[in-house]
Design a protein around this ligand. Structure first.
Ligand code: CP
Ligand code: NVA
Length: 323
């Protein structure tokens, strides 16, 4: 198994089990099951989370999840630590590894989280970089599996920017053999290396992966429509970018082209009125808040998997998950 989670395909081998684990564990925990509630693989461990950008979901879901697994969360804002001022990423990783059981890192360049991982003796989980958002994709696919039970013959469509969330979502869908289409305005396409990795998984699993420029074509008959902000964190000087996304808003007209039982997904935060209308966000078919909740359960599975794989596997066995 991989030592760190930089992109979702780092856990390609065990991805489905990680998601099933999260779904079963959530059920047990909510039913007050004593085994789940006393599962504390992070006991006596501190987990540090470095943030170079703001966060609501990632920060709170990690803090609560770490607590529930018996650990102690330490949230480290970049403004409060030496990283980026007088200390390198490598030295920061070497120092933090002496105190912590794991590190999560939300950063700008993907090379920064890769450098932290390369110098860390403890697992590093990418909490969003400019290129990847694997924790989001784990929660997203967990939500899809929970909602549809069976992922056979399922299709997901992305409409919007070719960004970090899209990258891990396309990888994750292809890793599970889920058909995937995406519509992106010209000039904002996803990174070619990620598309190639996703295509390889899709070929291996016999699923479809297709790019469109027309959102209507992309969403025709699909089960799930997903979008994200048109302007991501770190792109504040590219605000005019939004003008290139005319026709890419997810609204009731667009979703009328999807399957009758369509679902709407968004990693949040949403810019209502830009990439999505209120009608779609607040529609009964919108599952955006299930996704947000599942950030915590999916990350609990990932943290246990990376920090104490033996305990994670024993719990999987107990929950009847075949590894
Ligand atoms: N989806 C997501 O990562 O949200 P936050 O920026 O609030 O963490
Ligand atoms: N693409 C967005 C995702 C936020 C969770 C960003 O990087 O800002």
């Amino acid at each position: 198994m991989a030592e760190h989670l930089l992109a979702i395909d780092d856990v390609a081998e065990d991805f489905e089990s990680i998601l099933k684990w999260a779904i079963e564990f959530k059920k047990m925990w909510k039913a007050g099951d004593e085994i789940a509630m006393s599962f504390t693989p992070l006991a006596d461990l501190a987990v540090g989370s470095i943030y170079e950008k703001p966060s609501t979901r990632t920060r709170v879901s990690f803090e609560v999840g770490i607590n529930r697994l018996g650990g102690y969360p330490l949230t480290l804002s970049k403004n409060d630590i030496q990283l980026g001022k007088s200390e390198s990423i490598g030295d920061t990783a070497s120092v933090l590894s002496r105190y912590l059981g794991a590190i999560t890192y939300r950063c700008f360049g993907h090379e920064d989280v890769a450098e932290l991982a390369a110098n860390s003796d403890v697992p590093v989980l990418n909490a969003l970089s400019y290129k990847h958002h694997p924790c989001q994709a784990a929660a997203d696919l967990m939500t899809i599996m929970e909602h549809y039970q069976d992922t056979e013959n399922l299709s997901v469509s992305w409409v919007g920017d070719g960004n970090n969330v899209l990258h891990d979502l396309m990888l994750a869908c292809a890793m599970l053999g889920i058909d995937f289409t995406y519509a992106i305005p010209k000039g904002y396409e996803p990174h070619e290396d990620v598309v190639q990795r996703a295509k390889d998984f899709a070929d291996e699993n016999g699923s479809r992966m297709e790019e469109f420029n027309d959102p209507v074509e992309a969403v025709k008959g699909v089960n799930v429509i997903y979008t994200d902000v048109f302007v991501s964190m770190g792109e504040e000087d590219m605000k005019d970018k939004i003008n290139d996304f005319e026709g890419f808003q997810v609204n009731m007209d667009l979703v009328s082209n999807a399957d009758n039982n369509w679902s709407f997904m968004h990693c949040l935060p949403a810019h209502r009125g830009d990439e999505v209308t209120n009608e779609v966000m607040d529609h009964k078919n919108s599952i955006v808040f299930d996704q947000a909740e599942n950030r915590m359960w999916a990350q609990m599975s990932l943290l246990s998997y990376f920090v104490d794989n033996g305990a994670w596997a024993a719990m999987a066995d107990l929950m009847g998950i075949y590894l």
